[in-house]
Design a protein around this ligand. Structure first.
Ligand SMILES: [Zn+2]
Length: 309
């Protein structure tokens, strides 16, 4: 099953040359989930050749403009493209009134159903679940109520043990992989545990932007395969980070290290950094398995082979 993330915008509040405001696409088995939707996200979706109609869900972390001002444009374009598939929006409650007012003012009746779900800033709250993923909330610490998102792949079917495969009639294999016992022709029962073993644990991806350094997140992020964490500033501006409830690159790496995640992806860079190397170097010193997110680049969400300590 495909499970990957493509950051489309890695900039902080102000536009920076070559960097766009927050947005990223999760591809889970060819269904697309958009996280945040800063201004201009639809052009970047086009540039990266994403099919708009595959986007079933938009998750908005908070209502600072650099995280949601592209929503209205994207909703309108989907309408103009003749979308009929429903679109689910998960966001702070106030966004509903903003969308409704804009649709009303332009006399637009969307051709497709728009489903709105108010997010809650509460660790572990289930926001959505379907055949591909389960999405739960992370309580971030920012100037506005802000939700991070934890995407967990649906568990894979149980794995048939090599030595038992010959016992199972072909037509029963899916049921056995789903956990059922095997009833033999003579009525004897072979328990599932003798036929199958546990599948690998589901892969997990966490999105934490925007947030101050927040150690409360550590147990909720423990062992995730890929963590995207904002790194707005370097340590030189730690006071500014504290004041604006953002994180430094070192703080992002400290969270990654303490939560024993597989890999760290940095983003939400302040426009003052033309080159992100100082941010990356600062993080790598604390947590080596770190990369600075590149816009338009796709990162697989996979189990890292080397465990970090
Ligand atoms: Zn913000």
């Amino acid at each position: 099953m495909r499970f990957q993330v493509t950051p489309l915008g890695t900039g902080a509040a102000l536009p920076a040359r070559g960097r766009s405001p927050s947005a990223q696409v999760i591809n889970a088995n060819e269904d697309l989930y958009l996280i945040d939707c800063g201004e201009g996200t639809q052009e970047r979706l086009r540039m990266a050749a994403f099919n708009f109609q595959r986007i079933g869900h938009i998750f908005i972390s908070h209502l600072h403009g650099d995280h949601y001002l592209g929503v209205m444009g994207l909703i309108s374009t989907m309408h103009l493209l003749g979308r009929d598939r429903e679109l689910h929006i998960h966001a702070p409650q106030e966004l509903k009134a903003i969308i409704d007012l804009q649709l009303q003012a332009s006399g637009t009746w969307l051709r497709y159903p728009l489903r709105f779900y108010a997010t809650r800033v509460e660790n572990g709250a289930v926001l959505w679940s379907d055949a591909h993923v389960e999405v739960t909330a992370l309580a971030l610490k920012h100037r506005l109520p802000t939700t991070g998102f934890l995407f967990r792949q649906r568990p894979a079917p149980r794995t048939l043990r090599k030595e038992s495969v010959h016992l199972i009639p072909h037509f029963r294999r899916n049921a056995i992989k789903a956990g059922e016992d095997l009833v033999r022709e003579d009525g004897t029962i072979v328990p599932n545990a003798e036929l199958t073993s546990d599948p690998p644990p589901p892969l997990r991806y966490a999105y934490c932007s925007d947030t101050a350094y927040n150690t409360d997140l550590i147990p909720h992020l423990h062992g995730v395969d890929l963590l995207y964490h904002e790194a707005t500033f370097t340590e030189h501006l730690a006071a500014r980070a504290r004041e604006t409830l953002h994180s430094t690159a070192r703080q992002a790496a400290t969270i990654a290290r303490d939560a024993e995640v597989g890999q760290l992806l940095l983003g939400h860079f302040s426009s003052r950094y033309k080159d992100v190397r100082p941010l990356l170097e600062e993080a790598v010193a604390v947590f080596p398995a770190t990369r600075a997110a590149d816009e338009g680049c796709t990162y697989p969400i996979q189990r890292s082979i080397v465990q970090n300590s």
